[in-house]
Design a protein around this ligand. Structure first.
Ligand code: GDP
Length: 301
């Protein structure tokens, strides 16, 4: 793991040929390589700066160990800083996944831009909750702007073996959400997944619609679905949804692609919300728990 950065850091320390403790100068050169590696992995600049500062603070003055090379030593520090920034680390109990710790029916609100994988992820979560947790799940599409999206969710619900709320033409997203909660209460569902409409870009009308649905249904989880491939744009999306709607967690999709995953770090830093799940393919089974150490490894390449 971390071959690219490791190679560069070896170069740095070979040139320096120092013994004893890591000096300020050693660490300054190493930091430059760390900074480039993080930027290449799509981590947003302010977040890169924070992490590099932390790495410096921990590395300067550290005794060079006999058992590992200075490069490996610095990489261990970088890795630890990344894992911590992603919500993991020693002594931190990392609990991935969705919380259902509320009275039934538990509403889960799905938000995000169009094409992020929101509807697919709603189906994936429904399947997981039904099969792993034996929950009775109701899926409802609030996307009145795109009838195709409503039909897509209906198809996904069938594949996941759960029910989708019957479509009634002419209802507003708010009305659909309220009807979903009413049906869920009457028919004793455990969980209601509300799949809100996405737009190609963040706009006020979308945010207002989502905020209204949230106020009316008071979801236990508001999950932002973001495409890992969107890199730096993911940060703007996360910031906007968090400020306007408020999110409790993030699902990062398309982790099966070649994105390095730096967006996870930036989104977590900007919103403070944990990454809860990863989408790793088009199939409904392709949903993974989030492990900070695995993404840290991926970011460092
Ligand atoms: P929405 O507009 O946000 O609801 O997005 P969709 O759920 O319709 O997904 C858009 C496309 O992305 C579909 O073709 C999905 O099959 C695909 N997709 C969703 N999640 C993933 C993922 O984790 N990996 C890959 N490779 N494709 C995904």
């Amino acid at each position: 793991m971390f071959e690219a950065l490791s190679g560069k850091l070896n170069g740095v320390f070979d040139r320096l040929r120092r013994r004893g403790a890591l000096t300020e100068a050693d660490v300054a050169e190493a930091s430059r390589e760390v900074r480039i590696a993080l930027l290449e992995a799509d981590v947003a600049l302010p977040v890169v700066k924070d992490i590099v500062a932390k790495v410096r603070e921990r590395a300067v003055g550290q005794e060079v160990l006999r058992s590992v090379s200075p490069a490996q030593q610095v990489i261990k520090i970088v890795n630890d800083c990344l894992v911590e920034a992603l919500g993991g680390g020693e002594g931190v109990e990392h609990v991935p996944g969705i919380s259902l710790n509320a009275a039934s029916p538990v509403p889960i609100l799905m938000v995000g831009l169009q094409g992020s994988g929101k509807t697919t992820t709603s189906g994936k979560i429904a399947l997981r909750l039904r099969t792993r947790e034996k929950k009775k799940v109701l899926l409802a599409s609030l996307d009145v702007h795109r009838p195709a999206a409503q039909l897509q969710l209906e198809t996904l619900a069938k594949q996941a073996g759960v029910t989708s709320l019957p479509i009634i033409q002419g209802q507003s997203p708010l009305e659909i959400a309220q009807r979903a909660m009413q049906v869920a209460r009457g028919e004793l569902y455990d969980v209601v997944i509300l799949d809100t409409a996405g737009r190609l870009s963040i706009d006020e009308a979308l945010m207002e619609e989502v905020a209204q649905v949230k106020a009316a249904t008071r979801p236990h989880e508001s999950l932002l679905v973001v495409d890992a491939m969107t890199g730096q744009d993911a940060v703007q999306t996360a910031r906007a949804f968090n400020e306007r709607v408020g999110i409790t967690g993030i699902v990062m999709t398309r982790i099966d692609g070649d994105a390095r995953g730096g967006a996870a770090l930036s989104m977590r830093a900007v919103t403070g919300a944990p990454i809860k799940l990863l989408g790793a393919g088009e199939k409904l089974e392709a949903l993974e728990d989030f492990h900070p150490d695995r993404i840290a490894g991926r970011i460092l390449g």
